[in-house]
Design a protein around this ligand. Structure first.
Ligand SMILES: NC(=O)c1ccc[n+]([C@@H]2O[C@H](COP(=O)([O-])OP(=O)(O)OC[C@H]3O[C@@H](n4cnc5c(N)ncnc54)[C@H](OP(=O)(O)O)[C@@H]3O)[C@@H](O)[C@H]2O)c1
Length: 241
């Protein structure tokens, strides 16, 4: 039977493209989402991928949601930590709430999701944990002290956990997308995109969500077992580590 993959925030944007790419590669896929029922239902109807609602910033909700997915589909062998939010503000105007919401979702959410699946992966001697970080976790971005801190934290988490998983057949990797054409980025005024953002990208365009989906399919495969603790940049040449 084909392996089971769970994608957080898997119903919209990059996550939706990841879910579809994994399904196309033959995995049994479950997609989690936070609360946008309309988008989740449309996604499930269109793709046939089952959707599950819970908040990744809540540990118990993750434990319960994962148990539900495993009962309905099977043990999770591939976890894609994709759910993420922005609450941008210059630091002198950033509120503790803006800080906490982003850290709770984008960093603690990765712990909350990975911790409940980890023992099962160890027991089965196979696992793939793939976290969607960001170019802004690598280089920092003004107006995003919260987001850059969380996404850089995801990279430290990945490198530490890769060392723990290696002897048990579990790989732990991160992908750092640059600017990808999702609702998050297309909400930026066209003039700003064309005059300020795209000129910073050497390939001269935004990335497509499907381009991240293909990286996930590669890292998820059994054949990628020698790649762990890695950060793969997919940013059109905008930033080299
Ligand atoms: N777009 C870019 O250019 C870009 C660049 C670098 C990195 N990234 C990262 O890539 C990931 C996806 O970004 P995107 O642009 O595709 O975002 P998006 O279009 O805003 O979609 C976000 C997804 O995450 C879900 N989500 C948000 N908070 C959640 C929570 N607490 N619990 C469960 N699900 C939650 C949303 O669910 P609902 O639909 O229910 O709200 C939605 O499915 C994020 O981690 C983002 O930081 C994006």
């Amino acid at each position: 039977m084909s392996r089971v993959a769970l994608v957080t925030g898997g119903t919209r944007g990059i996550g939706a493209a990841i879910s579809v790419a994994l399904k196309g590669a033959g995995y049994r896929v479950a997609a989690n989402y936070a609360g946008n029922e309309e988008k989740a239902k449309a996604f499930a109807d269109e793709t046939g991928i089952p959707v599950f609602r819970w908040d990744v910033s809540n540990y118990q909700a993750c434990v319960d949601g994962i148990a539900d997915v495993e009962a309905k589909i099977g043990p999770i062998e591939i976890l894609v930590n994709n759910a993420g939010i922005t609450r941008d503000a210059m630091f002198h105007k950033m509120t503790p709430q803006q800080w906490n919401e982003v850290i709770s979702t984008n960093l603690t959410g990765v712990f909350n999701m990975t911790h409940p699946v980890w023992s099962g992966m160890r027991d089965r001697n196979f696992g793939r944990v793939i976290t969607i970080s960001s170019i802004n976790g690598q280089k920092g971005q003004m107006g995003q002290a919260n987001y850059s801190a969380a996404k850089a934290g995801d990279l430290g988490f990945t490198k530490a956990l890769a060392q723990e998983g290696a002897a048990k057949g579990i790989t732990v990797n991160a992908i750092c997308p640059g600017y990808i054409a999702t609702e998050m980025v297309l909400a930026v005024p066209e003039k700003v995109l064309n005059e300020r953002i795209i000129p910073q990208i050497p390939v001269g365009r935004l990335g497509q969500p499907e381009e991240i989906g293909r990286v996930v399919v590669f890292l998820a495969s059994d054949e990628a077992g020698f790649i762990t603790g890695s950060t793969i940049s997919a940013n059109g040449g905008q930033f080299f580590v």
